[in-house]
Structures are given as structure tokens and as C-alpha cells.
Design a protein around this ligand. Structure first.
Ligand code: NAP
Length: 334
């Protein structure tokens, strides 16, 4: 029998817990590297529940893993894989990535961050020969999502129909990641270049989320007000920038009718998507702002138009200021 894979997951939040569940089911020996304030809750273990439109699975517990807080503790063990389950913004905070790289030997690193420059940035410490890139095809969130929800405390996760978790990287290490996840029941698939494959959808998402924030996170207000038009114009610029060339018209998905259908379609999800979007993207707002800044900087450096992206960025700043100054402060979904 082959030895169990020793996997270190950095971050035990919404994404880390879900990957932890599947890697544990695949028989991996799991540890989480967490910040000090999360040690007690992580040691207590997690409860996860997979949502589906027709029948929710029973909640499952995730326990029996190590909890570490510093690179020094990480250095005391040997690792086969290191998974980065933090936001793109958190990746760039401080010097922890370089410290972790120093103490994890020849481990395969799996990065899931959407930032345009994240792979290149990480390659300062983790060579391409050890780096597997992935995208996240599920949504996950702390429950209850809003007051009155019947669900108990835990992490809910949902794979949209036909969701595929794409990964790319050096063949042998890539296959090991995919094989392991599949053993645990996760829909992992190979892609020639995940970073490239996800660049446009990620850009559209960031622009859409920024526009939604200017509409107070309301789908209805977004569609009725000026936000949808601003988003269409900014999205056109963002797509040109990530594709590196002047492009065509408005991305299809953001045209009025497809967008209307898409937002209507979210009602079929087994949770309130509008509330999830507000909750999640408020949580990772630094990452969204960082990526909008990256599109603008890159566009300028390539001589491509960015005025609509800049206008949207300014509108978000204004919306945040207004929300902070509103009676009772910014609305929180939970
Ligand atoms: N959840 C989803 O539905 C979903 C879907 C698609 C993509 N994603 C992406 O996945 C990434 C993670 O999102 P998430 O929802 O899992 O966020 P999350 O729930 O906030 O989890 C991230 C966790 O990582 C911790 N962390 C940050 N820096 C760390 C470090 N240096 N060492 C150890 N732990 C660290 C955070 O702690 P603190 O909060 O204390 O900083 C937090 O507990 C983001 O890029 C997000 O956009 C998420």
C-alpha cells in the first residue's frame, strides 16, 4: 500500500474546508496552517454540508487533522503537497509565502488564486516544475447565510450543474493532484492552462461584482439603474486587457437579455445567491479591488482604453463611502 499523502492546507476558511473534506475522503494526512485567532475553531473541527437543488446531503464532520500556526511548526514535518486556500490579496501580505517555501522541501504547491500575476509572483519561490494551478468551481459559505435560515452552524458548499474543477501544471504532479481529488469524489479535470482559461471569466466576474456593489448589492437595482451599462462598458475594456488585444463588442453574458436570464436563473440555486454574493464579495473585497487595479495598470501599460474601468473603480469608492456614512453603517448580510 502506498504511503498517505501529507497535505498542508493554508487557510481553513470556506475553500480550505471544502478541499479538506475531499482530500480527507481520498485518504490524505491533512493539516491546516491557520492564523492564531482561528486555532481554537479549527481544532474543534468543522461541519460541512453539500447543497443540491433537490435534496441536501446530511452534514458531515471534518476532523482528525493537524493544526499549525507558523512556518517553524511546518518545518518539523515533511510535506507532499501545499494548498493555498487564501485570497489573492492574502497571498501578497507579508513574507509568509517565502518562509513557507523555505520549509516545505520539494512539495507540490497548488495555487487557486485568480490574480493575473499570482503565478509569476509565486514562481519567485516555487518553480513551475512544482506548481499546479487550479480554479474553484464551487461556492461555499458559512451558514446560516442570513437570519432565519434553518441551517445550523457550518460550511455549506454547492457545485453548479456540470461544474469541473480544472487544474494545470507539470504532468506527474498534476496527475497526482487530479487522481487524489477524484479518489475523494471531487470533479477534477486537466486543462492545458487554467490561468489563461479563467482570465476572461474572472475579469467579467470582478467587473460585475464591482458594478453590483455600486447598486448596493441588489440584482434588481443593478439591472434597472446605471450600473449595468457601466459594467458592460468596463467589461469590454477588461476583456481586451486580459486578452492583450483590442476586442469586439460587449461580452455576450453581460448583454441585457442574457444577464437578465442569468440573474433569474440564480433563483434555481439551492440558496439565496444574492445574499451569498454580497457576503462573499464583501469578505474578499480587497482581492476584487486589487484585481480591478491590476486590469487598469495593465491596460495603461498596453495603451488600451481604461476609462470605463476607472469610472467603475471611482463609483465603487463612492458607494463604499456612502455605505459607511449611512445610518447604522454598511449593511451586512449576516
Ligand atoms: N468561498 C467561495 O465560494 C469561493 C468561490 C470561488 C473562489 N473563491 C476564492 O477562494 C479564495 C479564498 O476564499 P474563501 O471564501 O475561502 O475565504 P475565507 O473564508 O476568508 O478563507 C480564507 C482563510 O485564509 C486565512 N488566511 C489568510 N492568510 C493566511 C495566512 N497567511 N496563513 C493562514 N491562513 C490565512 C483567512 O484568515 P483571516 O480571515 O483571519 O485573514 C481565512 O480564514 C479567494 O480567492 C476567493 O475569491 C471562493
Amino acid at each position: 500500500m502506498s504511503a498517505r499523502l501529507r497535505v498542508l492546507l493554508v487557510g481553513a476558511g470556506a475553500v480550505g474546508q471544502v478541499f479538506g473534506k475531499f482530500l480527507k475522503a481520498a485518504g490524505c494526512e491533512l493539516s491546516f496552517l491557520v492564523k492564531e485567532p482561528h486555532v481554537a475553531s479549527t481544532r474543534a473541527g468543522f461541519t460541512l454540508q453539500e447543497l443540491s437543488r433537490f435534496s441536501h446531503a446530511l452534514p458531515v464532520s471534518l476532523s482528525g487533522f493537524g493544526v499549525l500556526v507558523s512556518p517553524q511548526e511546518v518545518a518539523n514535518q515533511a510535506w507532499d503537497q501545499v494548498w493555498l486556500c487564501v485570497s489573492s490579496a492574502a497571498l501578497h501580505e507579508g513574507t509568509w509565502v517565502s518562509e513557507l517555501a523555505r520549509v516545505t522541501g520539494e512539495a507540490t504547491w497548488v495555487m487557486l488564486q485568480p490574480g493575473l500575476k499570482d503565478r509569476d509572483w509565486l514562481s519567485q519561490w516555487v518553480p513551475a516544475s512544482r506548481l499546479v494551478c487550479g480554479m474553484i468551481p464551487f461556492v461555499s459559505f458559512q451558514t446560516p447565510l442570513k437570519p432565519g435560515d434553518p441551517s445550523g452552524q457550518g460550511m455549506a458548499f454547492w457545485f453548479p450543474p456540470m461544474a469541473r474543477g480544472l487544474f494545470s501544471g507539470p504532468p506527474e504532479r498534476l496527475q497526482k493532484v487530479i487522481r487524489t481529488l477524484r479518489q475523494g469524489g471531487y470533479p477534477a479535470h486537466e486543462d492545458p492552462d487554467v490561468v489563461r482559461a479563467t482570465a476572461v471569466p474572472t475579469a467579467l466576474l470582478n467587473v460585475f461584482v464591482s458594478g453590483l456593489e455600486t447598486a448596493g448589492w441588489s440584482f434588481a437595482r443593478f439591472q434597472e439603474g446605471p450600473s449595468a451599462k457601466a459594467v458592460r462598458e468596463a467589461a469590454r475594456e477588461a476583456v481586451q486587457i486580459v486578452e492583450g488585444k483590442p476586442g469586439k463588442g460587449t461580452p455576450g453574458l453581460l448583454r441585457p437579455l442574457p444577464l437578465k436570464l442569468l440573474l433569474l436563473g440564480t433563483r434555481l440555486a439551492p440558496f439565496d445567491v444574492e445574499t451569498y454574493v454580497q457576503f462573499h464579495f464583501t469578505k474578499v473585497s480587497t482581492q476584487t479591488r486589487q484585481m480591478m487595479g491590476e486590469y487598469i495598470a495593465l491596460g495603461k501599460s498596453m495603451g488600451l482604453p481604461v476609462q470605463h474601468l476607472e469610472a467603475l473603480q471611482a463609483a465603487v469608492k463612492e458607494a463604499v463611502k456612502e455605505a459607511v456614512n449611512a445610518p447604522g453603517g454598511p449593511a451586512t448580510p449576516r
